[in-house]
Design a protein around this ligand. Sequence first.
Ligand code: HQG
Length: 178
Amino acid sequence: MKDLKHISKFLSLVLRHNPDLIGISMDPEGWVSVEELIEKSNKHGNPLNAQLLEDVVVTNDKKRFAYNDDKTRIRASQGHSVEVDLQYEAIEPLEFLFHGTVDKFIESIRTSGLQKMSRTHVHMSKDRDTAIKVGSRRGKPLILVIRAAEMHRDGYKFYLSENEVWLTDQVPVKYIEF
Ligand code: HQG
C-alpha cells in the first residue's frame, strides 16, 4: 500500500504538474500514453508496470487518475497546474459547494475572492467533510460556503471532474459565506 501511495504521488507530479520531469508527451486534454508512462517512469527510477498502475487507479482514495476507454491512455482527472483542457461539460452545480482553506489566506480571499492560484481551476467539494480534509492539508481547516447555484444563474460556469471535484474559474467575494 505504501508503494501505491508513493506511485500516486509520483503520478500526480507527472500528470498534473511536470510531464517534462520524465520527458513524456501530454496531449491538450491531459492524456499520456500508458506504454510511454511505464517506460519513462522506469527509466526515471520509479518502478512501474501495468498491474501496479491499474492498482493505483482502482484503489486510489480520491480516484485521481482515469484511463481512456481502451486503457491505452491515462490522465489526472483534476488538479493540474500545466495547461490542459479536460473537456468537461459545463453543468448546473449544487445549491452550495464547499472550499476548505486556512486562516492565513482569508484576508486575501476576502479581497479578491477565490482564485485558481497555481492550478487551472478553483477546486470545490460537494460536502463539508471533504472540504475539511482539503483544508487540513495546510493546518486548521476553515470552510467557506459558496453560493454556487446563484453564481451559475449569474452566468458562471461549473464543471464536475470525473472524480467528483467541482471546478470553476474563480469565485467572486459576493458569493462566499465566510
Ligand atoms: C487558496 C487536492 C489567497 C485556497 C485537494 C487554497 C483539492 C487563496 C490555496 C485540490 C486565494 C490553493 C485543490 C486568494 C484561493 N488569496 N489564497 N485570493 N484563492 N486561495 O492546492 O483547493 O489530494 O491549489 O484556499 O483535495 O487547496 O491533490 O487548491 O488553500 O481537491 O488530489 O490558495 O487538491 O487534491 O491551493 O486543493 P491548491 P486546493 P489532491
